[in-house]
Design a protein around this ligand. Structure first.
Ligand code: ADP
Length: 634
C-alpha cells in the first residue's frame, strides 16, 4: 500500500497541530462538526431539487459515539461525502483553505493564538489523536474509500465497504499525560457540554447515545422490607444541540460575545468585528440578517481577487456562499448573512439577480449599514476613525463611481485630514467651523499631509485661519469634484485661479503690475515652450517665490492620476506659473529683463518652473539640465 506525502504547507500546519501546546484542544470537535454540517448542507440542498437523493430534512444528522475501551471517538454524518479524489485533494492538502493563506504569513510560535481565533479545520483532529481515519462515500459514487494517517509521515487511501452515503471520522485519541487528559473526550458529559458551547446553532441534530441510570422497579416485598434502591443503566438517543441558528434567536437571549464568537468562527477573521447588527425585518421584505464590519481590511481587500458578498439562506438552508448582489461595492467590506423565507430555493444564480425580493432586501441592508455607520460616527468616534482608516478609500470610490450617483447617500460618511492639527474631519464639521466670511471649502492635493502643509499655495489661506482639507489619495479630488457642493458651499482647490479671498485693491494693484510687466511675463512663458499656459503675478503667495497652478477643469493632481491609468488617452492640465511680485526674485527678473538679456531670462524661467514642479511633487523632465542651470547661475 502506497503511503502518500502531504503537501508542504499542509505538513507545516500539521506539525503545528501536533506540537501545539494550545490549551483549548477541545475545538477540534467544533471543527469536525462544522465540516459535517457543511457536508449535510450540500446534500440537503441537492435533495430539494433532486429526487434521487431520497432523503427528507429530518433524516439528516450528525452522530457522535465514544468507545472507552478502544479510546476512539467517532463523528459520523450523512452528508455529501467525498470521492477518492476529494479525499486526496481536501485532506492531503490544506492550501485551498481560505484561513491558511493568512496563517502561512504567520510564525509558528504564534500558533496558539491562531488556533484559538481561526477555524483551523480538519487538521485540528491531530491535536488530540494519534491516528485519524476518514471513511467516506460520496453521493452518486458506487465506491467508498478510507483515508488513514498517523501524522506528518503521510497518509494512505484504500477502498472500503461503507454502504451509506456520508462520512465517518474515527479518532484514536492520544495517551493521557500528566498535563493532558485526552480521555476526557470520551466522556459523554464533556461531549455534551462541548457541543452546547461551540456547536449549538448547527442546524442539523447532533445525536449521541447517552447512558442514564434509573432505579430498578422494586417488588411489593422489597418495598415493605425497605430494601435500598438498586440502579440500572439505560441508553437514550439525545439531540445535544438546540439547532436554532444564532440569527433566528431573540436578541435579548444573545450576548455581545455570542455575536463576536460567531463572527470570528464563521468568517475566519482573527480580529473581532468593529461593529455588528442583528436585523430582524418582519415587514416587506421579511428577512433576518447578521451584518458585521471587520476591524481590519483583509489582505486582499483592495485587489481584484477580493469577492464581496453575504451568505444567503432560504429559511435556514444555505443557498449561496457569497451573494454579491446583496452589497453595493462601496460597502463590499461588510460580512455576514441573510436568511429570508420568501426566497425560492431552486432559483438559479441568473434569475436571482433579477429577483425583486432580493433587490428589496439589498436595499434594506444598504440602509441598515449606512445607519450603523452614522451611529458609529456619532457615538463612537474613535472606532469610526479606525473604520475609516481601513475602509474609507472604498467609500470615497463609491462617491465618485457611477457618475456620482450615490454621493448624497455617502457624503456624510466622508472624512479628510484637516490642516488643523492633522485631525480627521467630516464635511459637516468643516462647514460648521468655517469662518463667517469664508466663501469656499478649501482643499489641497498632495502625496502626504506634510507635503501639502508646505505648498506655497496654502500660505495666504492659512494666514486667514482657514482650514484646508488635505487630499492624499488618488481618488480624493475626483470624489470632491463629484460632490461639487456641500451645504451650499463650493469646494475650491488651493491652486484654483479664484480663491475668493483676494481683496479688490490688491487685485487692482497686481493687475496693473501685470500690465506693466506684460512683455517680461510673455518672454518667460515663451521660454517655457508651451509647458505653461501663461506666467502671471500671484496674489496668493506670501514668502515663496513661485508656485504652479492650473486653469480650467483638470487640475495637476487629476492629470497625474489620470495619466497613470493604463489607457491611451492622456490629459493635460493647463499649467499656470505664478510669480510672487513681493519676492526679491521678481526684482531680479525685472533687472535681467531690463538689461535685454533674453537668454538669461529664459534660464531663469526654466529654473523657476522646475522649482515649482518639485514643490508640487511632479517629476521633472530633465534633472541634468536643471542641475547644470543651477551651477551656471551660481
Ligand atoms: P475548510 O473546512 O476550512 O475548507 P477543512 O480542512 O476543515 O477546511 O476541510 C477541508 C475540506 O474537506 C472541506 O472544505 C470539505 O470539502 C472536505 N471535508 C471535510 N470534512 C468533510 C465531511 N465530513 N464531509 C464531506 N467533506 C468534508
Amino acid at each position: 500500500m502506497e503511503t502518500k506525502q502531504f503537501k508542504a504547507e499542509s505538513k507545516r500546519l500539521l506539525e503545528m497541530m501536533i506540537h501545539s501546546i494550545y490549551t483549548h484542544k477541545e475545538i477540534f470537535l467544533r471543527e469536525l462538526i462544522s465540516n459535517a454540517s457543511d457536508a449535510i448542507d450540500k446534500l440537503y440542498f441537492k435533495s430539494l431539487t433532486d429526487d434521487s437523493v431520497g432523503m427528507n430534512k429530518d433524516d439528516f444528522a450528525i452522530w457522535l459515539s465514544a468507545d472507552k475501551d478502544s479510546r476512539t471517538l467517532r463523528i459520523t454524518d450523512n452528508g455529501i461525502g467525498m470521492t477518492e479524489e476529494e479525499l486526496e485533494n481536501n485532506l492531503g492538502t490544506i492550501a485551498n483553505s481560505g484561513s491558511f493563506k493568512f496563517k502561512s504569513e504567520n510564525k509558528l510560535d504564534e500558533d496558539s493564538q491562531i488556533i484559538g481565533q481561526f477555524g483551523v479545520g480538519f487538521y485540528s483532529a491531530f491535536m488530540v489523536s494519534k491516528k485519524v481515519t476518514v471513511i467516506s462515500k460520496a453521493f452518486g459514487s458506487d465506491k467508498a474509500y478510507r483515508w488513514e494517517s498517523e501524522g506528518v509521515d503521510g497518509y494512505t487511501i484504500t477502498e472500503d465497504d461503507k454502504k451509506s452515503v456520508g462520512t465517518e471520522i474515527i479518532l484514536e485519541l492520544l495517551d493521557d499525560t500528566d498535563d493532558e487528559k485526552y480521555g476526557e473526550f470520551l466522556d459523554q458529559y464533556r461531549l455534551q457540554s462541548l457541543v452546547r458551547k461551540y456547536s449549538d446553532y448547527i442546524r442539523f441534530p447532533i445525536k449521541m447515545e447517552v447512558t442514564h441510570s434509573r432505579p430498578k422497579e422494586q417488588t411489593e416485598e422489597e418495598k415493605a422490607e425497605n430494601k435500598p434502591l438498586e440502579y440500572e443503566d439505560y441508553i437514550e438517543i439525545e439531540t445535544l444541540n438546540s439547532m436554532v441558528p444564532l440569527w433566528k434567536k431573540n436578541k435579548n437571549e444573545l450576548k455581545d460575545e455570542d455575536y463576536k464568537h460567531f463572527y470570528t468562527e464563521k468568517f475566519y477573521d482573527y480580529n473581532e468585528p468593529i461593529r455588528y447588527a442583528h436585523v430582524k425585518n418582519e415587514g416587506m421584505p421579511s428577512y433576518n440578517a447578521l451584518l458585521y464590519i471587520p476591524s481590519k481590511a483583509p489582505y486582499d481587500y483592495y485587489t481584484k481577487e477580493f469577492e464581496k458578498g453575504l451568505q444567503l439562506y432560504s429559511n435556514g438552508v444555505l443557498i449561496m456562499e457569497k451573494c454579491a448582489d446583496l452589497l453595493p461595492d462601496y460597502f463590499s467590506f461588510v460580512k455576514g448573512l441573510v436568511d429570508s423565507e420568501d426566497l425560492s430555493l431552486n432559483i438559479s444564480r441568473e434569475l436571482l439577480q433579477h429577483d425583486r425580493q432580493l433587490k428589496a432586501i439589498a436595499k434594506s441592508i444598504e440602509k441598515t449599514i449606512t445607519a450603523e455607520l452614522k451611529k458609529m460616527l456619532k457615538n463612537d468616534r474613535e472606532k469610526y476613525e479606525e473604520f475609516w482608516k481601513a475602509f474609507g478609500l472604498q467609500i470615497k470610490f463609491g462617491v465618485y463611481s457611477d457618475f456620482g450617483m450615490n454621493k448624497d447617500k455617502l457624503q456624510d460618511l466622508l472624512m479628510f485630514t484637516s490642516s488643523n492639527d492633522s485631525k480627521l474631519v467630516t464635511l459637516d464639521e468643516y462647514v460648521t467651523a468655517m469662518k463667517e466670511e469664508q466663501k469656499y471649502i478649501y482643499y489641497a492635493t498632495g502625496e502626504s499631509v506634510a507635503r501639502i502643509e508646505h505648498l506655497p499655495q496654502t500660505e495666504l489661506l492659512k494666514d486667514k485661519g482657514y482650514e484646508i482639507l488635505c487630499l492624499t489619495d488618488n481618488v480624493d479630488e475626483f470624489a470632491i469634484k463629484s460632490i461639487n457642493q456641500y451645504k451650499d458651499k463650493e469646494f475650491r482647490n488651493v491652486s484654483a485661479d479664484d480663491l475668493g479671498i483676494e481683496d479688490t485693491d490688491k487685485k487692482e494693484e497686481i493687475r496693473a503690475k501685470e500690465e506693466e510687466n506684460s512683455d517680461m511675463l510673455k518672454n518667460l512663458a515663451d521660454a517655457l515652450d508651451g509647458k505653461v499656459e501663461k506666467v502671471i503675478l500671484s496674489q496668493r503667495l506670501k514668502s515663496h517665490p513661485v508656485c504652479l497652478t492650473s486653469e480650467g477643469e483638470i487640475t495637476l493632481e487629476m492629470e497625474k492620476v489620470l495619466n497613470s491609468m493604463p489607457t491611451d488617452q492622456k490629459v493635460h492640465a493647463k499649467r499656470v506659473l505664478e510669480i510672487n511680485p513681493e519676492h526679491e526674485i521678481f526684482a531680479k527678473l525685472r533687472a535681467v529683463s531690463d538689461n535685454g538679456d533674453k537668454e538669461k531670462l529664459a534660464k531663469y524661467a526654466k529654473l523657476l518652473y522646475t522649482q515649482a514642479l518639485l514643490i508640487e511633487g511632479i517629476a521633472i523632465d530633465d534633472p541634468v539640465e536643471f542641475s547644470n542651470l543651477i551651477c551656471e547661475l551660481m
